[in-house]
Design a protein around this ligand. Sequence first.
Ligand code: IPD
Ligand code: CA
Ligand code: CA
Length: 268
Amino acid sequence: MTKNYLEAAIEIAQEAGKILVEESSRPPDIRYKGDEVDIVTQADKRSEQAIVARLNKYFPDHSVAAEEGTGKENASEFRWHVDPLDGTTNFAHGYPCFCVSIALAQRDTLLVAVVFNPVHNELFAAARGEGATLNGKKISVSKVATLSTSLLCTGFPTRNRKASPNLQYYGDFTQRSHGVRRDGSAALDLASVAAGRFDGFWEFGLQKWDTAAGVLLIEEAGGRVSDFAGDPYQLGGPIILATNGLIHEEMRAVALEISRRPPTPVRH
Ligand code: IPD
Ligand code: CA
Ligand code: CA
C-alpha cells in the first residue's frame, strides 16, 4: 500500500504522539543506555514500535533509521529518519516539552518533514518546494536582523558531556543576544526557528534523527542551515547552525571568534 509521503508522516506522528501522551500519565519506566544521563523510557520504545510498524506497512521497500534501533536497511534510495521521542529527559521528569520527529530523504535530499508536539497539539509539517506549516497554516522564519535583538536556543549532549565545548558558546551568545533558551528537544528547537519563535539555534553532535525534519522545516520556512564554516549542513554532521538567515553571518562570526580562543578548563 503506497500513501502520500507527507500524509503518511502526519498520520504516523499523530499516532505516536497519542502514545507519548498516554505514557506521560504513568510513572516513567527509565532505563539507562550508557551512563546515568542517557535515558530511554518505555515511551521511546512504544512510540518507535508504532512508527516503524506503520512505515514498514506503507513503504515496505524504504529504509528506516530509527533512534532505538528497530528500523531496517533496504537497498532503497528512500530513508525515513525517526526520533520517536525527542526530549526524553524532559519526558522522564514530567517537563512537557517533547515531540515526535519524522522525515523522509531520497538519497541526500529531504522530501518531507513532520515534528509533532502532542502536549500543545502543534503539528509542524513541510514538503520540499511547498513551504512549511504549523497546524495547516504557513509559517516563516522571523525578521529579526541583529544578534543583539535575537532570541536563541541551543542544547547539550547527554553522551560525553564533558567533551562538549558548548558552555563557552552558551555564555558568549547569552551576553550578545536577548538570551539563549535550552529547551531539551532539538527537533522542537528547530521547528521553533522555522515558526519564527527563535531567531537562531546551534548545537554540537546531533544525530540525523534529531535534525532531519527540523532542517527541512527551516529551509521551507525561508531560513538557513549550515555548519559554523558556512558550508551546507550534512545530516549527522558535528555542528549545526540554523537561523532566520538574517543573523546567520553574525552568529558565524561570533562562533569563529570563540573557536579561536583557548578552551576554558572544565572543573571536575
Ligand atoms: C536529545 C534532545 C536534546 C539535545 C540532545 C539530544 P533525545 O534527544 O534533542 O535537546 O540537546 O543532544 O540527544 O535523546 O531526547 O531524543
Ligand atoms: Ca533526539
Ligand atoms: Ca529520542
